[in-house]
Ligand binder design. Structure first.
Ligand SMILES: NC(=O)c1ccc[n+]([C@@H]2O[C@H](COP(=O)([O-])OP(=O)(O)OC[C@H]3O[C@@H](n4cnc5c(N)ncnc54)[C@H](OP(=O)(O)O)[C@@H]3O)[C@@H](O)[C@H]2O)c1
Length: 317
């Protein structure tokens, strides 16, 4: 296998490094990497078994398995259309971006038309989990391609995988359903901590209850962020990214006549947090939107300075 990785943001920079370690240990060629902002590629290449490709066509020429992790549907469509121009037969494409299911279907069809195979392989877990190869990876797409990627993806990039079968839209759909659970958890935690503060209850004790009664990563990690008002977006999942995913959930609800009242509320709170200056924060800043509806200051710090004191890099989805 000759690997490539496109999209070296918070997630992709960590995943490409781990893929490179695997390639090196397996005696495979160096991983070709490409990112819109070249400095990020150079930073990854500085301490990984990688070469920076000059362009997407240059990368495609040198690889037969390409992983991608891109911001949104428009970006994925534009990057993939550049990949497809090479008309490279047998090329395997594993996309880890969170995309709307019909976008994944479109990409799968366009890939098939040029003899390539596109798989929707979204991931669960924050950048810290991407770094420690602790992601949960979803696989969907052609059987042969899933088999090829399954041969190394765990433990190289993740600690577990869920196989959603041949239909590429199913992987994207599971990611959106999973995010429904995660954003719903953030919304509920926001409400619980706000209620605790309004009733004069010690939020440290509420957090202790959460740790003992809901010992799951999303509860414990987001509970801590919300208790502390520490919403660093530097290593997490940005608030605009969270709004993108909330919009996917609401669109799925609208298209299937399924009410999504919890996510509608979370959307309102994310919007308020963004309007109050939280655009660069983690999506758990949703809590700031909830707090103002209860008459509290949105952010516990005078500015966002709490980030520096408490950020632990465990936010994400
Ligand atoms: N962060 C999380 O916790 C998390 C968890 C699971 C899944 N995800 C999903 O993983 C994907 C990446 O998330 P992330 O947190 O790594 O985001 P990120 O740090 O914002 O990275 C986004 C990537 O997309 C690239 N990009 C943006 N606009 C582009 C354009 N016009 N043309 C080419 N490339 C462009 C960026 O390149 P530049 O560096 O040049 O901007 C960067 O490589 C998203 O789909 C997200 O929903 C994120």
């Amino acid at each position: 296998m000759a690997f490539g990785f496109i999209g070296l943001g918070n997630m992709g920079s960590m995943m490409s490094h781990n893929l490179a370690s695997y390639a090196e240990s397996a005696g495979l060629p160096k991983v070709q990497i490409w990112n819109r902002t070249r400095g990020k590629s150079e930073a990854v290449a500085a301490n990984s078994y990688c070469d920076v490709a000059d362009s997407i066509p240059d990368l495609v020429r040198k690889c037969n398995v390409i992983h991608t992790c891109l911001a949104n549907d428009d970006v994925a469509l534009s990057v993939y259309r550049e990949i497809f121009q090479a008309r490279k037969h047998g090329l395997i494409l594993a996309d880890h971006s969170t995309l709307f299911p019909t976008t994944s279907t479109t990409l799968e069809k366009e890939a098939r038309e040029v003899g390539a195979s596109f798989m929707s392989c979204p991931v669960f877990g924050p950048p810290a989990a991407a770094k420690s190869a602790g992601l949960l990876i979803v696989l969907s797409g052609k059987e042969e391609s899933r088999k090829a990627v399954k041969s190394y993806i765990v433990p190289t990039l993740g600690k577990g995988m869920i196989d959603c079968g041949e239909e590429t839209s199913k992987g994207a759909l599971l990611k959106i359903l999973g995010n429904n659970c995660i954003l719903g958890t953030i919304e509920l935690l926001s409400e619980s901590f706000t209620l605790a503060e309004k009733t004069g209850f010690d939020t440290d004790v509420l957090y202790e209850f959460i740790q003992q009664w809901f010992p799951a990563a999303a509860w414990v990690n987001y509970g801590k962020k919300i208790r502390d008002g520490a919403f660093s977006g530097k290593t997490g999942f940005t608030l605009p990214g969270g709004m993108k995913d909330a919009a996917y959930i609401r669109r799925l609800g609208a298209e299937t006549s399924t009410p999504t009242p919890i996510i509608d509320q979370a959307w309102n709170h994310l919007t308020t947090a963004k309007a109050l200056g939280g655009e660069s924060l983690d999506w758990s800043a949703c809590a700031a939107g909830m707090r103002v509806t209860a008459g509290l200051k949105p952010f516990k710090g005078e500015d966002f300075s709490l980030q520096g004191n408490h950020a632990n890099g465990v936010n994400g989805n």
